[in-house]
Ligand binder design. Structure first.
Ligand SMILES: Cc1ncc(COP(=O)(O)O)c(C=O)c1O
Length: 362
C-alpha cells in the first residue's frame, strides 16, 4: 500500500528525542522548547513563536489573545479542515463561511467583503494545501473594516507570498505539526507573530494565565496548551531538514504534473508571484459527481494506493449547515489528494498516475 502521507523520521530525530527524555525534562519545560520557538520564528521570518499542543488550540489561543469571543463573527473559508471553524466556536464566536476562488482555492476577498457585518471581528485566511491566500486584498479589507487577521498556515510551512513567508502576514498566524504536516512534532502547533504583546499574551494564556513574576498567581482563566520538550526536540530535528523536505515535495508535484496535466487534469494552483509549497498533491477530476470521485478513490485503494478526498465544505456539515458556496462545493466534490511525502519514488508516482488515468479514461 502506498500511503497518502507519512512522517520522515531519521536517526537525528530519534537522537534529539532520546536526549530530551534522558534529560528528565519530559513535560513543558526544557531547552528544546525555547530552541524550537527561536528556530521556527527565524524560519518564518518573524520575531516571535509560541509553541502549543496542536494547531487547533493555536487558532483558539490566537482568537482569545485578540479578544474575540461571544457575539463576534469570524470569517473563515468554506473549504478548509474543520478545525479552523471549530476553534472559532470554541472561542464562543460564530464562524461565517466565505467562498474560495477557482484561481487559488483560498478565501475570495469579494465573498469575504459581502459577508462583513458590524459584528465581524476577524478573518482567518487558510493557505489551503500549501498555496498562500490573497493576503494583500484581505489586509486591505481588514484595514477598511478594522478587522484582525489570523493566518491558518497549518498546511503551508515555508510558502512564500510575494517574497514574504506565510506566518508573518497578519496579526498572527497558526501552524500545525501533526504527523502528516510538512514537519511534525507528533501532535503540536504554534502561533507566530511580530507583535511582542500578542506573543506575551499567548504565553500567558497558554500556561493557565499565571503571573510571570508570582507563581500560582492566576489573574485570568487560561489553558494548558503547552508543547512538551519531547515534541519540541522532534521539531528541532525536523526543522533542520525542512529545506530538503520542501524540495522533495516540489519534485513530487512536478512529477505528477508531468504525468497528469497533458491529460487535461488540473493540479495544485500556482498564482504568479507566489511560491506555494506542496503540502499535498491535489488533482481535480473533470465531469464527475462526488459519488464517481469517491468510486475512483475506492478503486485506487483496492489497487494499493491510498488517497483522500478534498474536505467537505464546512457549510455542508451537520453542525454548521449554511448556504453552500458554489466554488467550494465544486472543488470539494472533484478533488483528490494524492500520495505526497519525501522519498516517494518517480516510479511510484508513475504507477499512481497510470492507475488514476486508467480509472478516469474508461
Ligand atoms: C487548515 C488546518 N487548520 C487547522 C488544523 C488543525 O491542526 P491540528 O490537527 O494540529 O489540531 C489543520 C490540520 O490538522 C489544518 O489542515
Amino acid at each position: 500500500m502506498i500511503p497518502v502521507s507519512k512522517p520522515i523520521i531519521s536517526s537525528e530525530d530519534i537522537r534529539l528525542v532520546t536526549d530530551a527524555v534522558s534529560s528528565g525534562w519530559v513535560s513543558s519545560q526544557g531547552a528544546y522548547i525555547e530552541r524550537f520557538e527561536r528556530e521556527f520564528a527565524d524560519f518564518c521570518g518573524v520575531r516571535h513563536c509560541v509553541a502549543v499542543s496542536n494547531g487547533t488550540v493555536a487558532i483558539h489561543l490566537a482568537l482569545k489573545v485578540l479578544n474575540i469571543g461571544r457575539g463576534d463573527e469570524v470569517i473563515v473559508p468554506d473549504l478548509t479542515f474543520v478545525a479552523t471553524a471549530n476553534a472559532v466556536v470554541l472561542a464562543e464566536a460564530t464562524p461565517v463561511f466565505a467562498d474560495v476562488r477557482h484561481s487559488d482555492w483560498c478565501l475570495d476577498p469579494a465573498s469575504v467583503e459581502s459577508l462583513i457585518t458590524p459584528r465581524t471581528r476577524a478573518i482567518i485566511p487558510v493557505h489551503l494545501y500549501g498555496h498562500p491566500a490573497a493576503m494583500d486584498e484581505l489586509r486591505s479589507l481588514a484595514q477598511k473594516y478594522d478587522l484582525k487577521i489570523i493566518e491558518d498556515a497549518a498546511e503551508a510551512h515555508g510558502a512564500d507570498y510575494r517574497g514574504r513567508k506565510v506566518g508573518g502576514l497578519g496579526d498572527c498566524a497558526t501552524f500545525s505539526f501533526y504527523g502528516n504536516k510538512i514537519i511534525t512534532t507528533g501532535e503540536g502547533g504554534a502561533i507566530t507573530t511580530d507583535s511582542a504583546e500578542v506573543a506575551q499574551r499567548a504565553r500567558f494564556l497558554r500556561d493557565h494565565g499565571m503571573s510571570k513574576d508570582r507563581r500560582y498567581w492566576h489573574t485570568e482563566v487560561g489553558y494548558n496548551y503547552r508543547m512538551t520538550n519531547l515534541q519540541a526536540a522532534l521539531g528541532v530535528a525536523q526543522l533542520a531538514k525542512i529545506g530538503a523536505f520542501l524540495q522533495e515535495r516540489t519534485r513530487i508535484l512536478e512529477s505528477y504534473r508531468f504525468h497528469l496535466e497533458r491529460h487535461g487534469l488540473t493540479l495544485n494552483p500556482h498564482l504568479a508571484a507566489m511560491r506555494p509549497v506542496n503540502w499535498i498533491t491535489c488533482v481535480l477530476l473533470e465531469g464527475v459527481s462526488r459519488e464517481e470521485r469517491d468510486t475512483v478513490i475506492a478503486r485506487l485503494y483496492a489497487n494499493g494506493i491510498d488517497t483522500r478526498p478534498f474536505f467537505y465544505p464546512l457549510s455542508a456539515l451537520p453542525m454548521y449547515e449554511r448556504k453552500s458556496s458554489p466554488v467550494s462545493e465544486n472543488l470539494s466534490s472533484r478533488g483528490i489528494n494524492l500520495p505526497t511525502y519525501p522519498g516517494l519514488s518517480d516510479s511510484d508516482i508513475e504507477r499512481i498516475c497510470r492507475a488514476l488515468l486508467g480509472l478516469i479514461q474508461k
